[in-house]
Design a protein around this ligand. Structure first.
Ligand SMILES: Cc1cc2nc3c(=O)[nH]c(=O)nc-3n(C[C@H](O)[C@H](O)[C@H](O)COP(=O)(O)O)c2cc1C
Length: 271
């Protein structure tokens, strides 16, 4: 018998209230539990990533008004929606980047695949912006792109809000907006994810006729006779700061440093 196994047997033979036995049993228990937790975290990661991707796909389907309730979201998604990578600076598609493995959150973190935003540029308070971003295209029955879905994110009051903005390609009106990840206060800022509040954006103009971002969250209710009403939605009462965050992040992503160049190219192709 080795010296260490005889020591363990010796420890186990001690009375249960002996401090050395308590420490020994607690240490072994901690080790076993940590191995179990880390093994399951590693084994479950692909499943979690797949679930997160399916949840994003469901959000995109929802934002363009496609209702899906079956189990094979992946195949339904790829039948109805095409994803492409856009170079934000040029507004051109990048067919050479593997769309299936592209990770835009990673791209936005890494220096080689993103730019650092100056304070005056960073109205969405995101610090860095990825050079390439995945967009989603929805075609009509003739194969013409009728809607595009743009991923958007920016800071509210307490958290970064992640969402999707869908635009109709014919007239630039908003087809849908969703925020699928945020940690604002429930009942206040978190109302940005309330479908009733989000529904107000549908049909509003995102840009003015010069192509400048105009859609904004008003402070308080919008007066329907306001000449700007087409660019405004009601503010969330008690959550002006989160509401301002939504305006700022939409202006950033619709602007020159966001999808502005891409939207110009889309308009040119449509004319
Ligand atoms: C506990 C607590 C949580 C709050 N959470 C939010 C929030 O999530 N979003 C927000 O804009 N304001 C939040 N506020 C309110 C802001 O501090 C601020 O008063 C508010 O944005 C002003 O909006 P109002 O002009 O509509 O009242 C919170 C306040 C408190 C005390």
């Amino acid at each position: 018998m080795t010296e260490s196994s005889s020591t363990h047997k010796g420890l186990l033979a001690l009375p249960n209230d002996d401090t050395r036995k308590i420490i020994f049993v607690a240490t072994v228990l901690c080790l076993v539990c940590s191995i179990l937790v880390s093994t399951s975290a590693i084994l479950l990661r692909p499943l979690q990533e797949n679930n997160a991707q399916n949840a994003r796909q469901l959000e995109i389907l929802k934002v363009v008004g496609l209702q899906f309730s079956g189990e094979e979201v992946d195949s339904y998604f790829s039948q109805h929606i095409q994803s492409k990578i856009v170079d934000l600076d040029s507004g051109e598609y990048r067919e050479d980047i593997d769309e299936a493995t592209f990770d835009e959150r990673k791209a936005a973190r890494e220096q080689s695949t993103s730019i650092e935003l100056q304070t005056n540029q960073d109205i969405a308070r995101i610090k860095r912006r990825a050079n390439f971003v995945r967009v989603y295209l929805i075609a009509d029955s003739q194969g013409e792109v009728e809607k595009i879905v743009l991923p958007i994110h920016g800071y509210g009051l307490w958290s970064t809000l992640y969402g999707f903005l869908a635009l109709n390609t014919d007239d630039g009106t908003i087809a849908g907006l969703t925020f699928y990840e945020q940690a604002e206060t429930a009942g206040l800022g978190a109302e940005v994810s309330n479908p009733k509040w989000l529904a107000q954006f549908i049909g509003k103009q995102a840009l003015d006729i010069q192509g400048m971002p105009r859609i904004s969250v008003n402070k308080g209710p919008v007066n329907p006779n306001d000449i700007e009403a087409n660019y405004l939605v009601d503010g969330i009462s008690g959550a002006t700061l989160t509401s301002n965050g939504v305006t700022n992040l939409m202006h950033f992503w619709l602007g020159e440093l966001g999808f502005g160049p891409y939207l110009v190219k889309l308009r040119e192709n449509n004319n």
